[in-house]
Design a protein around this ligand. Structure first.
Ligand code: CP
Length: 315
C-alpha cells in the first residue's frame, strides 16, 4: 500500500486525505495488539526519536515516548527547556537546537508555545518533524487520535454530529475539523462570542468542505448530538511555556460545563470526549457514566502515535 507519510514531516492536518487517515487507523489497530500485550516490538529497533518539548505536557509527550519504546526504538530529548541551553543564559535558538537534534535523532517530535515553530523546525532538520502542539495553531496527532476514538466507539465517522464546546482558539479545535471534514459530518462550534472560531480557520474549513455552524450554547442541538468534544473556556496561555496555577481559578460559565444532567438529556449513545487536562468544565462525577470516553481517548494516543511513527519511518 502507498505510504504518503514515509520520511515526511507531520506538522499540520491541512491537506490530509481520508485515505491517509484510514491508513493511520488501520495501522493503529495493528499497533493496539502490541499495546494490549504490554510488550515491545522491534520494528524501530534502529531508530531514535528526539523529543523536544518547549511546553508542558502530560499525555502527548509520554504517549509519544511510550509509542517509540513499544516499537523497540530509543528516545532522547527534554521535557523542560530550562534543562537545556534554550532555557538558560544563552537562550539557544530553535534553529540551533534543531541542528543538534538532527544529528542525535532520526525523527523529532516538538511541542512549542509559538505557532508555526514545528514548521520552522522542519526547515532546519533533515529528519522528519512531528508537531505535538504549537501555540494556538494545531495539534494534529491529537486530532487523529480523537477521530480514531470516534471511529472505534461509533463504528463510522460518516453521519456524526459533533459539538466542539469551549474556547475555539485552542489548537486541537483547528486540527480536529480538518480531519472531520474528510467524512460526512456536521460540526457545531460552541463557545462564548469572544472565544469563537477565528475567521481564518472558518475560511480553511469552508475550503475543505466541512459542514459547520457556530453557536453560543447547546440549546436546541443537545438531543441531536453524537459526540460532545469538550475543552475549557478558562485555559492558561498556550503561547507560554507554562502557566502557574492561579490562587483562585475563574469558573467556567454554565453553558460550557458538561455535567451529568446535560448528558442525561442527550442521546443515550452520546459520547463525551476531552483532550485533557480538565478543570471545572467536566465534573469528575461524569467519569462513571457510559458516555465518558476521555480516558480511552487518551490511551488511544499510544497506538495512534505508534502508527504515525512506523509510517513516517516507512516500516
Ligand atoms: N491532550 C494533550 O495535549 O495533553 P497534554 O498537554 O498533557 O499533552
Amino acid at each position: 500500500m502507498d505510504n504518503p507519510f514515509a520520511a515526511k514531516d507531520f506538522v499540520t492536518l491541512k491537506g490530509i486525505k481520508r485515505t491517509d487517515l484510514e491508513l493511520i487507523f488501520e495501522t493503529a489497530l495493528e499497533m493496539e495488539k502490541i499495546v494490549e500485550k504490554r510488550t515491545r516490538a522491534d520494528l524501530l529497533h534502529d531508530k531514535v526519536l528526539g523529543v523536544a518539548f518547549f511546553q508542558v505536557s502530560t499525555r502527548t509527550r509520554m504517549s509519544f515516548e511510550s509509542a517509540m519504546l513499544r516499537l523497540g526504538g530509543g528516545i532522547v530529548g527534554f521535557a523542560d527547556p530550562k534543562t537545556t541551553r534554550s532555557g538558560d543564559y544563552y537562550s539557544e535558538s530553535l534553529q540551533d537546537v534543531m541542528h543538534m537534534m538532527n544529528g542525535y535523532a532520526d525523527a523529532i517530535v516538538i511541542r512549542h508555545p509559538q505557532s508555526g515553530a514545528p514548521a520552522e523546525a522542519a526547515t532546519v532538520a533533515e529528519v522528519p518533524v512531528i508537531n505535538a502542539g504549537d501555540g494556538y495553531n494545531e495539534h494534529p496527532t491529537q486530532a487523529v487520535q480523537d477521530v480514531y476514538t470516534m471511529l472505534k466507539v461509533k463504528g463510522s465517522i460518516d453521519g456524526l454530529k459533533v459539538a466542539l464546546v469551549g474556547d475555539q482558539n485552542m489548537r486541537v479545535m483547528h486540527s480536529l475539523p480538518l480531519a472531520l471534514a474528510q467524512y460526512n459530518t456536521h460540526v457545531y462550534f460552541v463557545s462564548p462570542k469572544d472565544q469563537a472560531m477565528p475567521q481564518p480557520w472558518l475560511a480553511e474549513f469552508t475550503k475543505v468542505g466541512l459542514s459547520f455552524e457556530q453557536r453560543i450554547d447547546l440549546e436546541g442541538i443537545l438531543s441531536d448530538l453524537d459526540v460532545i468534544y469538550l475543552m475549557g473556556t478558562k485555559t492558561p496561555s498556550y503561547s507560554e511555556g507554562r502557566t502557574e496555577v492561579m490562587l483562585e481559578r475563574p469558573q467556567t460559565p454554565q453553558p460550557y460545563i458538561i455535567n451529568r444532567e446535560k448528558i442525561n438529556r442527550a442521546k443515550k449513545s452520546i459520547i463525551v470526549m476531552h483532550p485533557l487536562p480538565r478543570v471545572d468544565e467536566l465534573p469528575v462525577d461524569v467519569d462513571s457514566m457510559d458516555a465518558a470516553f476521555y480516558f480511552k481517548q487518551a490511551n488511544n494516543g499510544v497506538a495512534v502515535r505508534m502508527a504515525i511513527l512506523s509510517l513516517i519511518f516507512g516500516r
